[in-house]
Design a protein around this ligand. Structure first.
Ligand SMILES: NC(=O)c1ccc[n+]([C@@H]2O[C@H](COP(=O)([O-])OP(=O)(O)OC[C@H]3O[C@@H](n4cnc5c(N)ncnc54)[C@H](O)[C@@H]3O)[C@@H](O)[C@H]2O)c1
Length: 479
């Protein structure tokens, strides 16, 4: 797989947020770059902004002055589209509109050389559909960068039905030469990241709707116990609830209203109210200065009988005095308690087994027993959050749904498991890829959790994909 040589010119069409960033990435990698925008002067302005941002890095001692000049020197604002003719790779980052993108590709095809590659940075549109109607649709691929392009490591390399494997290889090798991590995906709605990340938001919104916990508590649980970089509500406020809602809607519509992707009424209402997040000063949280961030809920210091936590409590059922302490496998504490004739505390998944926050669901028990459980965890240095006794709790339910989505995407030939894991770690900073994470937890346990949630909620969104169910059965048979 050979990358484009540094001497090959790269053209970027659309000098907005993404185009300017992609042009910078290509120039940093040593290519002469032409940046073009339909709005006169926009490309030159974008290059000025890039130059100013790079100058700041020089001032901060993070970039050499000569390197800065060389990067900026490689960026040229093209005033006409015909100036892009010598480019070997053309990446479009214009408006997200199929008709407009198709027109552009047809125009580009008429001016570039026969071997030039046409790449699209679309987030949601079909690469196959975009290439249809061109004389040479095999040279069209997706090259999906993440915002901000110079910072975010991931590039999804998207294969349309007509895309030539050699063109995909060249684009992938070139992205790697530009310092990116790549993940190949078939052109399907949401590609890898925007599809597989849906449950991270969707489950948080469902948990909120069901009254499991409030946004600050869910955010704290997902970051501290789940190991995610940012809580789902903080993240939705950052992305913008309108953008996040639109993304969910588009995947939901594209998959024929599959209940797995059903948008949340709460988020729809927030959009209708104009509570879009940080950019409007209010979303799930308030950002208007004076307001304090609400604190996640946790048990206050409890005075109770302290029993040292038995070794291995994170991984296997143990007894804490008379109480059965059980890692969640989807069963409710109340159901286990009835079956075992004992009081039960079920605890949620913790990413690394080292987080301080422990999430518990408790069966009916005496006030002394409850105090004893909480005090025992607190004495071991844990922050304890007690939540309603519902199947799968929070982190486990979310990770199980992420793994389920990843296995479904593998089944549909969207991407290989390793590519999915890479994409989720580098595109959205997940602490672990969902396939690898599911395997580490145990596929049988993931299936049990999803089956239990489905049985209790009756909601088909929790149906286990065949691929996951079969992999779990095979893993069990292999011991
Ligand atoms: N913003 C993101 O987070 C993000 C992430 C990944 C992919 N994308 C995708 O990248 C593309 C661009 O997004 P953006 O956020 O940079 O948009 P943007 O609105 O910031 O920039 C788009 C630019 O394209 C120009 N433009 C529009 N039509 C054009 C045409 N026919 N010819 C030349 N220039 C034209 C506009 O004048 C504008 O400067 C979209 O397809 C979007 O889905 C965006």
């Amino acid at each position: 797989m050979a990358a484009l040589s540094k001497e090959s010119a790269v053209a970027v069409i659309g000098a907005g947020t993404m185009g300017a960033g992609i042009a910078q990435v290509a120039a940093q990698a040593g290519h002469p770059v032409y940046l073009y925008d339909v709005v006169g002067g926009a490309a030159a302005k974008a290059i000025e902004k890039t130059a100013a941002a790079l100058a700041k890095r020089v001032a901060a001692g993070k970039l050499d002055n000569q390197d800065c000049d060389a990067i900026v020197g490689r960026l040229t604002a093209a005033e006409t589209i015909e100036q892009l003719a010598p480019a070997a790779l053309l990446i479009e980052a214009i408006a997200e509109d199929m008709a407009v993108k198709r027109d552009l590709l047809a125009k580009l095809e008429s001016i570039v050389g026969p071997d030039a590659i046409l790449a699209t940075n679309t987030s949601t549109l079909s690469v196959t559909a975009m290439a249809a109607g061109l004389a040479r649709p095999e040279r069209v691929v997706g090259m999906h960068f993440f915002n901000p392009a110079p910072v975010m490591k991931l590039v999804e390399v998207i294969r349309g039905m007509a895309s030539d494997p050699g063109v995909l290889d060249t684009v992938e090798a070139t992205a790697v030469a530009w310092g990116k991590v790549t993940a190949r995906s078939r052109s399907t709605p949401g590609f890898i990241v925007n599809r597989i990340a849906r449950p991270y938001y969707a489950e948080a919104l469902r948990l909120l709707e069901e009254g499991m916990a409030d946004p600050p508590t869910i955010d704290a649980i997902m970051t501290e116990a789940g190991g995610f970089r940012m809580g789902p509500f903080t993240l939705m406020d950052l992305i913008g609830n309108d953008i996040n809602y639109r993304s969910t809607r588009s995947v939901f519509d594209a998959y024929g209203a599959d209940p797995r992707f059903r948008p949340s009424l709460i988020q729809q209402e927030m959009v209708e109210a104009g509570w879009l997040g940080r950019k409007t000063g209010r979303g799930f949280y308030r950002y208007d200065g004076g307001a304090e961030m609400p604190a996640p809920s946790a048990e206050g210091p409890v005075d109770g009988e302290v029993i040292p936590l038995p070794d291995g409590w994170e991984r296997k059922p143990v007894k804490l005095g008379a109480i059965h302490l059980i890692p969640t496998d989807g069963r409710r504490a109340a159901d286990i308690a009835r079956a075992q004739g004992a009081s039960v505390a079920v605890h949620d998944l913790r990413f690394d087994g080292a987080s301080r926050r422990v999430v518990l669901a408790l069966s009916a028990m005496s006030a002394d027993e409850r105090r004893g459980v909480v005090a025992s965890f607190q004495a071991a240095g844990h922050v304890v959050t007690v939540v309603p006794d519902w199947p799968g709790l929070l982190v486990m339910r979310t990770v199980a749904m992420l793994a389920n989505e990843a296995f479904e995407a593998m089944l549909q030939g969207v991407a290989e498991g390793e590519a999915i894991d890479r994409a989720m770690r580098f595109g959205v900073n997940y602490p672990r890829g969902p396939v690898e994470w599911g395997r580490a937890i145990g596929l049988g346990r993931i299936v049990a959790v999803l089956d239990a949630i489905r049985a209790d909620t009756g909601d088909p969104r929790y149906r286990v994909t065949m691929n996951l169910r079969l992999a779990a059965r095979d893993a069990a048979a292999a011991g």
